[in-house]
Design a binder for this molecule. Structure first.
Ligand SMILES: Cc1ncc(C[n+]2csc(CCOP(=O)(O)OP(=O)(O)O)c2C)c(N)n1
Ligand SMILES: [Mg+2]
Length: 362
């Protein structure tokens, strides 16, 4: 039903909670209970603080390159709240809120961006793959997981996330075509944050929406207000039901915005205007979700203050642990874990680097 009503060829975008925190599609309100709503808000809040602090640590020279996600919290948390724990997440690299919602400890995420690959050792029970820097390959990982789920009749759906820029990559078409041809239980969530580094969405493709790319695969597609956490939940819930029932994949385009830089190595002021950013700042997802919770009587300033303190302390403690105990990289690890056994070339490089360090190199 939902996918018929919001067929991408009709050019309609799903929105349930508007920018002023009003429910604008009453028939689609998922009526989530207080506990679920508060869990969603708390994860968004933790993600926001962890994101801001990661930037600060990086600017202080205490963290390596970091990819901020501010502005994309509702897209990710709303979607993840619809998954069963047994479903899979195959993320890209800007998915800190989604990973936190799936139960990945902040310690892992921080370790990764600190430059220590042990952060990618995520408890297999969490059914969440590590950060994937190779744009688009996560779609094929998800297609593989979905294929396995179908063959083994596991009832698990594999969800992959990808950026607007990633949809230009071959992996996107290969993985989705495979999944649709074999009716695999997969959902692909495009986080259209309007930019792929300095390439704007308008230059990425002539397609009017990214959701309409679903038409070529013969699967449902839907464009959603990605800053509306309720719409994201409802779209993902419907997509999961569709995929789980054996009807094949679904493509979701979340329309959102990357409020920060692409990574800490990027300066967005070079390629986009302050006016554009200001428009999206006003639409950012935490303002409207917080207001929605306040209107319901579930949230107030006192609770916000207490949560600020709790999460600030928690993030400080996690980073302290990463910086002092867990983070420092053992040089050999960098060479040892590329292949099962080191290749002669890697052995040579390790020997050379060890000598360089012994001779006082830095
Ligand atoms: C295969 C591949 N090509 C190029 C890159 C370099 N790169 C990293 S992020 C990025 C842009 C991605 O844009 P988008 O898919 O919109 O995701 P966003 O960064 O906006 O989350 C590029 C080109 C890469 N990581 N992998
Ligand atoms: Mg993008």
């Amino acid at each position: 039903m939902l996918f018929k009503k919001y067929d991408p060829q009709l050019g309609k975008m799903l929105q349930i909670l508007d920018e002023n925190a009003n429910i604008v599609a009453k028939d689609l309100d998922p009526h989530l209970d207080k506990k679920s709503l508060l869990k969603m808000y708390e994860v968004m809040h933790l993600a926001r603080i962890a994101d801001i602090k990661a930037l600060q640590y990086q600017r202080q020279g205490r963290m390596l390159t970091y990819a901020p996600n501010r502005g994309q919290e509702a897209t990710q948390v709303g979607a993840m709240a619809a998954l069963d724990p047994k479903d899979w997440l195959s993320p890209a690299f800007r998915e800190l809120p989604a990973m936190l919602y799936r139960g990945v400890p902040l310690e892992n995420i921080y370790l990764y961006w600190y430059g220590n690959e042990w952060g990618s050792h995520i408890d297999p029970k969490l059914h969440t793959l590590p950060v994937n820097i190779i744009i688009g390959s996560q779609i094929n990982h998800a297609a593989g997981l979905a294929y396995a789920s179908k063959i083994l009749k596991k009832g698990e759906v594999a969800v992959a996330t990808i950026g607007d820029g990633g949809t230009s990559h071959g992996f996107f078409y290969e993985g989705l075509n495979f999944a649709s041809s074999y009716n695999l239980p997969m959902v692909v969530l495009i986080q259209n944050n309007q930019w792929a580094i300095s390439t704007p969405r308008a230059k990425q493709t002539k397609a009017e929406t990214l959701a309409q790319k679903a038409v070529a695969f013969g699967i449902p597609g839907i464009q959603v207000d990605g800053n509306d956490i309720l719409a994201m939940y409802v779209a993902m819930k419907n997509a999961l039901d569709h995929a789980r029932s054996g009807k094949g994949p679904v493509l979701i385009e979340a329309v959102t915005y990357r409020l920060g830089a692409h990574t800490t190595s990027d300066d967005p002021t070079i390629y986009r205007s302050d006016e554009e950013v200001a428009i999206w700042e006003a639409k950012e997802p935490m303002i409207r979700f917080k207001k929605y919770l306040e209107d319901l009587g579930y949230w107030d300033d006192k609770k916000e203050e207490a949560l600020n303190e709790k999460h600030n302390n928690y993030v400080n403690d996690v980073f302290k642990k990463v910086e002092t105990e867990l983070g420092p990289v053992v040089l050999e690890d960098i060479f040892k874990y590329t292949y099962k056994e080191m290749t002669p070339a890697l052995e040579e490089q390790l020997a050379e680097y060890t000598t360089f360090l012994k001779e006082g190199g830095k």
